[in-house]
Write a protein that binds this ligand. Structure first.
Ligand code: NAD
Ligand code: ZN
Length: 362
């Protein structure tokens, strides 16, 4: 088991990572004498709910099983959670546990943030994406018909418990989508970690416990460091440290929007976005062609897409990238690289190079 602390301005919380941690959830939770409620989804419940309820000394009625899927990440579902907690007379000393992927974590976190003006919550992420990304950093919320994650709050968990064993039941595509975010951390902040990923990718893909634990640990550590510098993404008008976490995401969001959020998983779109960001960084002369090629090769080796969907044009990319929330005052800002592990946010780059990248990929 590995453990690290996320150190924030006014509090800190532990992230514990390892195989089989769920069995000892009660010990890690440190919630003696407090009432716990748990939310999960309809895919995770048949796999892990009984085990986790037993580990936490909870009964079936302490769990609420929500329908799985991004389309249920809505205000209506959060309202169900709030109604349920009120109906159970959970008071402000209660603790809400999120058992599931990023959808459950974001919704439970949001419900905890606004229930009686805020109660404690614990993240038990069961997807790789949730273990390396969504469970860390305190962003919670739901989608609105007008946009993803448009309603939400910052609310930090009091504990994150990432059990690598839970990943064994994850569909392969979901695993790879998480790997894309792991590769992102290496590319944006840590060239040694990137090198390690080049060496250990095959172990990760077969869910080797040590490799997974190390990859999740380092990803969380890098994210936590960035989040601690810019807890509410408020620095530099949104172009501060936290924006670096969006490497590959502006290209990726254009792909997700183009494909209507149904065919491509977020991580798959980000994977292609990473490759495109590396290509542009190389065209600008900010990163060597050789390093850009290493980025492409690692993403491809993971079995992730390195090309946008057929038929997407440079004009469509520009149009959709212009709608990305990272576009400030009409100026397109991108996260680019000055080398592997050296991401920078820039609105000041040669637009002809961007055009060349878009033409190269479409
Ligand atoms: P998800 O929660 O929908 O999980 C993906 C699928 O895997 C679902 O069908 C789920 O039921 C299933 N599943 C979960 N754990 C499983 C397991 N162990 N075995 C088998 N199946 C399992 O999606 P996700 O990829 O985990 O998270 C995506 C969400 O996270 C998005 O809504 C995104 O906006 C959000 N997100 C939030 C942040 C943040 O900072 N808060 C960051 C990144 C992403
Ligand atoms: Zn992402």
């Amino acid at each position: 088991m590995k453990s690290l602390n996320v150190e924030l301005a006014d509090r800190s919380y532990p992230i514990r990572i390892g195989a089989g941690l769920l069995a000892d959830a009660r010990q890690y939770a440190e919630v003696e004498g407090r009432r716990l409620k748990l939310v999960t989804d309809s895919n995770v419940a048949p796999l892990y709910l009984t085990h986790v309820l037993n580990a936490l000394n909870l009964k079936e009625e302490d769990a609420l099983v929500l329908p799985a899927g991004e389309e249920h990440k809505s205000w209506a579902t959060v309202e169900r959670v709030l109604d349920w907690m009120l109906g159970a007379r959970l008071n402000r000393d209660g603790v809400l546990v999120a058992l599931g992927g990023g959808v459950i974590g974001d919704m439970a976190g949001f419900a905890a943030a606004i229930y009686q003006r805020g109660i404690d919550f614990i993240q038990i992420p069961t997807t790789l994406l949730a273990q390396v990304d969504s469970s860390v950093g305190g962003k919670t919320g739901v989608n609105h018909p007008r946009g993803k994650n448009m309603i939400g709050a910052f609310h930090q968990p009091r504990l994150v418990l990432a059990d690598t064993t839970a990943l064994r039941s994850l569909p392969q595509r979901e695993l790879l989508a998480g790997i894309a975010e792991v590769i992102k951390y290496g590319m944006l902040a840590d060239s040694d970690f990137f090198k390690w990923l080049e060496q250990r990718l095959d172990d990760l893909l077969v869910l080797d416990t040590d490799a997974l634990t190390k990859a999740i640990y380092r990803s969380c550590e890098l994210k936590a460091r960035i989040v601690a510098q810019d807890e509410r993404e408020s620095l530099a008008g949104g172009a501060g440290p936290r924006a670096l976490l969006n490497l590959g995401h502006t290209f990726g969001h254009a792909i997700e929007t183009y494909t209507g959020y149904t065919q491509w998983l977020h991580g798959e779109a980000v994977a292609t976005g990473l490759v495109m960001a590396a290509d542009l960084s190389a065209r600008l002369g900010w990163m060597s062609a050789k390093d850009a090629e290493r980025c492409t090769r690692l993403v491809a080796r993971a079995g992730l897409p390195v090309k946008p969907p057929a038929g997407m044009t440079p004009e469509q990319f520009l149009e959709l990238m212009g709608h990305d929330k990272k576009v400030a005052a009409g100026k397109l800002r991108l996260v680019l690289m000055r080398g592997i592990g050296l991401a920078v946010v820039s609105g000041d780059f040669d637009k002809d190079a961007l055009q060349a990248t878009l033409e190269h990929f479409t």
